[in-house]
Design a protein around this ligand. Structure first.
Ligand code: GLY
Length: 361
């Protein structure tokens, strides 16, 4: 099935509702989201998108002054020095509160751009244009913005809603296959916590499901975005429901830390989901069949489902540190069944270890 190419729009509800558009070629028609009276725009982008960012600038240039901030890609861009570089460009261009920032790149770039927009003059208009699958279905939606410090990831930031999220599927096509498949970690997560159709589509035709030009792929993005939009619309600041989005992330974050953030996020979350599934199975909640379905879908996407057996103590210590940082007890999102997520709070150490033995390589 080829993607017919029309535009689908979702709305994120809340104090400041905003649209999420999904389509093709949309990045070249951003002016309508920037609003009246915007004189200047800063496009924050990584080096790999320099030519594409220049093309964006051309598409906007008649209406406003467009500045480019080229920043390091991935976590190297989420540093206070890089934010300061963006603030400097804005300061030197006399950016006012009625000007705007566009985040154009993967999840790290949209996190940084969001943080810069949230902090300049206490907040200027922000349009997010994610260019990776992870950014499209997760990072650019929901207003989590931030940077890292030497002590950890995302320790400085704010919840700051964008004015719009523009998902242009054409920006994905040149992506490396491994990056794309890693982005599927989050897509599969939505399948297990909320939307079994996602799992069915991947199982029915893996090749079509993972080809950004197909209707199947687009449907997966739409189903994923619909879930994220609904959840963050109901619980912007993560007081309850939004926590379900952390399925697979408690152990996943500890693995990312153990791997010094050299792993793709989706790969770490894949192991984290497998672990959460084993936790649920061993605590009598989840059937063997659903646990096996985790393993077969994640493996079909070439995502890892095991981790070295000898690393448990290190991972547990990291999860406990994370727990302290959040001022709460160790909590895992687990499933009672597909689309029935729940919280497992303060599980017994013996259960935690037994589940790890199930995924230990
Ligand atoms: N990435 C999880 C969230 O946005 O809450």
């Amino acid at each position: 099935m080829t993607d017919a190419g029309s535009t689908t729009t979702f709305t994120v509800n809340g104090a400041n509702p905003y649209p999420i558009e999904i389509g093709r070629g949309l990045r070249l028609d951003l002016a309508r989201h920037l609003g009246q009276g915007i004189a200047k725009v800063l496009i924050v982008h990584p080096p790999t998108l320099a030519a594409a960012a220049a093309e964006l600038r051309e598409s906007l240039a008649g209406d406003m002054q467009v500045l480019l901030a080229e920043v390091p890609d991935a976590e190297a861009g989420k540093r206070v020095e890089v934010a300061a570089f963006c603030w400097q460009i804005m300061g030197q261009a006399d950016f006012t509160r009625s000007d705007a920032v566009i985040g154009f790149g993967g999840g790290a770039v949209t996190d940084l751009a969001g943080f810069v927009a949230a902090t300049w003059l206490r907040g200027v208009r922000l349009v997010q244009v994610p260019t990776t699958l992870l950014g499209m279905v997760d990072a650019a939606i929901g207003g989590k913005t931030g940077i890292n410090t030497n002590e950890g990831k995302n320790l400085v930031g704010s919840f700051y809603a964008p004015a719009a999220v523009v998902i242009d599927l054409d920006t994905l096509t040149p992506l490396g296959r491994n990056d794309l498949l890693a982005g599927f970690g989050e897509v599969v997560k939505y399948g297990f916590i909320a939307e079994p159709e996602i799992l069915d589509i991947i199982e029915a035709d893996l090749e079509a499901a993972t080809d950004p030009t197909t209707g199947e792929f687009r449907r997966l993005v739409e189903l994923s975005v619909a879930i994220k939009a609904r959840v963050v619309g109901e619980d912007f600041t993560e007081q309850g429901l939004r926590e379900i989005l952390n399925y697979g992330h408690t152990l996943g974050h500890a693995i990312e830390h153990a791997e010094r953030y050299q792993w793709r996020h989706g790969a770490a979350v894949s192991i984290g989901m497998m672990y959460a599934a084993e936790l649920a199975r061993l605590s009598g909640r989840l059937s063997d069949a659903v646990v096996d379905r985790h393993r077969s879908i994640l493996t079909s996407l070439t995502l890892p489902t095991t981790y070295p057996a000898g690393r448990w103590e290190t991972l547990l210590a990291t999860m406990h540190r994370d727990k302290k940082a959040r001022g709460s007890m160790l909590r895992f999102i687990v499933l009672d069944d597909i689309a029935r997520p729940t919280v497992l709070a303060a599980p017994e150490p013996s259960l935690l270890f037994a589940a790890y033995q199930e995924i230990g390589a």
